[in-house]
Design a protein around this ligand. Structure first.
Ligand SMILES: Cc1cc2nc3c(=O)[nH]c(=O)nc-3n(C[C@H](O)[C@H](O)[C@H](O)COP(=O)(O)O)c2cc1C
Length: 268
């Protein structure tokens, strides 16, 4: 388990961006990245707010974070913040990833989340998740997937009408497949299989960028079609609520109950 800190710096007339530029040009960003116990240090410019810069840093444990707070550069950062007259909002949460580039860790740490915090998924992360779906393999590369992002209040209200399983997430992907595009032979089509692969890619990338998620089958597909006005050839396959697990979420009790390989694998 490690610690992730989101710091939102907000100013006026582009001052937050100037601050970020100076953090880079003075080498502070590089210094933090090299600090002991630092796993990740990134900065983003949220698309919907040109006056805010989001810094995300991730630490191996509390000790590493304490060391960082005591380091001499903290004074420099505080001076810069005052220079640009920025307001600062800090969010801290525990994350279960050890290294966001370690594929095996992602595979092991992905787990169903059934209680989300009241916190939106940043658009940068959402784009990465959607991009991972774009890169998924599909039969004959026909890419029949159609992904609908429900994150407005109106759309989330509709989700609540079709499923009891939003679990408080403020973003839900409605993963659908276009049966008129998918590879078809005789009476067989890969439309569902293709969409499942896309959904799996997106879930794993979500975990990779520290966004918790769950696959939901329990929803009324006809109601989704009706409420979101989908054409007949667009088939809903699954919902993927995305967000950040609530601090008091105890985890999925089934997660560790995996069968032995010998029960599911046969060498022939
Ligand atoms: C095809 C599929 C359908 C699922 N449907 C639901 C669902 O409707 N509601 C729910 O709470 N969890 C649902 N889940 C989550 C599973 O219960 C969960 O993935 C499983 O217990 C394994 O645990 P883990 O994901 O934590 O490893 C679904 C998962 C899959 C793969």
């Amino acid at each position: 388990m490690n610690l992730t800190i989101n710091i939102y710096y907000t100013g006026k007339n582009g001052s937050a961006r100037e601050f970020a530029k100076e953090m880079i040009s003075t080498g502070i960003v590089d210094q933090i990245r090299k600090e002991k116990g630092n796993i990740r240090y990134e900065y983003f410019f949220p698309e919907n707010d040109p006056e805010t810069v989001l810094l995300i840093d991730c630490w191996e444990n509390q000790e590493a974070l304490d060391l960082h707070h005591k380091s001499s550069m903290m004074e420099q950062i505080a001076k810069l913040r005052n220079k640009y007259n920025l307001k600062m909002r800090v969010e801290q949460y525990t994350s279960f990833l050890k290294d966001n580039h370690d594929f095996e860790t992602v595979i092991r740490e992905r787990t169903a989340t059934r209680k989300f915090k009241d916190k939106k998924v940043e658009s940068e992360k959402l784009n990465k998740i959607l991009e991972a779906g774009r890169l998924a393999p599909t039969a004959k590369n026909l890419q029949p997937q159609k992904i609908y992002v429900a994150n407005s209040k109106e759309a989330l209200d509709k989700i609540d009408k079709v499923s009891p399983c939003r679990y408080g997430a403020l973003t839900v992907l409605i993963v659908c497949s276009d049966t008129s595009i998918a590879w078809t032979k005789d009476n067989y089509s890969t439309y569902e299989m293709d969409a499942c692969i896309v959904a799996t890619h997106m879930m794993l990338e979500a975990t990779n960028v520290g966004v918790d998620n769950i696959w939901i089958e329990m929803f009324d597909k006809n109601e989704v079609k009706k409420l979101f006005g989908l054409e007949d050839h667009i088939e809903p396959i699954c919902l993927i609520p995305l967000g950040y697990r609530s601090d008091d979420y105890k985890g999925n009790p089934l997660h560790n109950m995996r069968k032995e390989l010998s029960e599911t694998v046969t060498y022939v």
